[in-house]
Design a protein around this ligand. Structure first.
Ligand code: GLY
Length: 463
């Protein structure tokens, strides 16, 4: 974990911003797979990690702003736990490591909260995504379980988002170390891909590599010859010569900061000319987007710029026509780019998404646009120094969407459907890097991962 000062300072700033009441940050519990003692790998809640640092189940953090108290609630392990799981430090000792001097058993939490409520003080809590914590809050606060997420504290959400959005130098180091694991994953995959292998043989190789480093995946790996499906988690296709693979994968750093990198890999080690054409359009779009990023510029503008580069390249290939800016403003390019250009990244791969995507990615001035394509853009707001963001343009040829739009003659002033038909079995290409917004623009985080056609082909052939 970071030094205790980091956590003390984070909690102090949070208390200053929320100003009054009691802040309750729920840690996660173990999550059973098929019976209580057979659990998924434990993953702590990211806001709990951010403010209270302790990476183990069964903990709740409380900041009593009015009384200036900070407490971690949790139960010390019993002799039975020691027998099955080995000795563990006492909670009071673990609390010291994150600057907490007061700890208490979970049985004390209800009375503490009842006292605060009786005193007419607000109990602030964040949106919950785990059923057990919804039930816990229902019990603790006497709010119906189905209404817990209607009673969250918007002040607390906004304060947490404000703080977690800007990454400190020590957080940037963590993000870089996560990307360094992604480097190993991507280059291993490039070397391993070959005709005849099943996708899962390579996705499994990456998972093993991550586990071997004591890390965990930051999200379920997308490794597919059907990259036109944006979040394709099926890994059962046999790779054929001439196929391209979208490898969208990532791992967490030791302190759970996420890496999220996508590369497109030719199975036989060389791209065809047609694949190179599409690849270059995506690469140019990504480069232009990164070159245009600056503090103060809304990421939505960068998304639209990336869309214009994609549309312009498609126009050069004859798939789109007409005025590129108008086509993108109308949303015609979303036939090929149905999603957003990127999202914040941090302790969550879609950072803070559980707190509400619009609180994270939008503001009162820049609201989410409902147009197809743009509506999936997770981040629209102005960039700030210290934001960590993914930049991930792509071109996706989805036969069902092509058929639908063609039948509707949708945007046929901008799309040449006869030419598009020639690409209906193309699949998809995506390139994604994690970048840090700096005073002068942005920089790619972590060790450089092969990105150009030449670099990717060379990495495929290296073994
Ligand atoms: N890279 C996976 C995702 O952004 O959801």
């Amino acid at each position: 974990m970071f030094s205790s000062e980091t956590y003390i300072d984070r909690r102090k700033r949070l208390a200053e911003q929320v100003q009054s009441g009691v802040v309750l940050i729920m840690g996660n519990d173990e999550s059973p797979m098929n019976y209580p003692d057979n659990t998924y790998e434990f993953r702590q809640d990211s806001s709990f990690l951010y403010f209270f640092g302790l990476d183990s189940p069964g903990l709740v953090g409380l900041i009593d702003i009015d009384e200036g108290k900070e407490i971690i609630f949790g139960d010390d392990i019993t002799i039975d736990d020691v027998i099955w799981m080995g000795p563990q430090p006492k909670l009071s000792d673990r609390g010291q490591a994150v600057g907490i001097t007061e700890t208490a058993g979970l049985d004390r939490l209800a009375e503490t909260l009842a006292g605060a409520k009786q005193g007419g003080r607000k109990v602030h809590f964040l949106p919950q995504y785990r059923g057990d914590n919804i039930v816990n809050l229902h019990r603790l606060l006497s709010i119906p379980a189905a209404r817990i997420n209607d009673n969250v504290s918007v002040e607390l959400i906004k304060a947490v988002v404000e703080q977690r959005s800007v990454k400190s130098p020590e957080e940037v180091e963590e993000l870089e170390s996560a990307v360094d694991i992604c480097h190993a994953m991507q280059t291993a995959a490039m070397q391993a891909c070959q005709p005849g292998l099943v996708e899962r043989e390579v996705s499994g190789l990456m998972a093993g590599l991550v586990a071997g480093r004591g890390s965990m995946l930051s999200f379920p790996t997308i490794f597919t010859t059907h990259g036109e499906t944006l979040h394709n988690h099926y890994h059962g296709n046999v790779m054929q010569a001439g196929d391209i693979i979208i490898n969208d994968s990532g791992a967490e750093s030791a302190l759970h900061y996420a890496g999220d990198i996508t590369r497109t890999i030719p199975v036989s080690g060389k791209f065809t000319d047609r694949q190179k054409d599409i690849y270059m359009i995506v690469l140019n779009s990504q480069t232009a987007a990164m070159n245009a990023m600056l503090p103060g510029v809304p990421f939505r503008e960068i998304h639209l710029l990336a869309g214009e580069i994609l549309a312009s390249g498609l126009k050069d290939l004859g798939l789109m026509k007409g005025d590129v800016k108008q086509a993108v403003a109308a949303g015609a390019h979303a036939l090929f780019f149905q999603c957003g250009l990127g999202h914040m990244i941090g302790l969550d791969v879609h950072d803070m998404e559980g707190l509400g995507e619009d609180y994270v990615g939008y503001t009162d001035m820049i609201k989410r646009n409902g147009q197809f394509g743009l509506c999936s853009l997770r981040l629209g707001r102005q960039l700030r120094v210290g934001f960590a963001v993914t930049v991930e343009p792509g071109l996706y040829f989805i036969p069902q969407l092509i058929d639908l739009w063609k039948a509707e003659k949708k945007f046929d002033e901008y799309i040449d459907y006869n030419e598009v038909e020639k690409f209906r079995d193309f699949g998809g290409i995506r390139l994604e890097d994690d970048v840090l917004v700096t005073e002068g623009g942005c920089r790619i985080l972590g060790k450089a991962i092969p990105r150009t056609i030449e670099e990717v082909e060379a990495a495929c052939l290296a073994s």
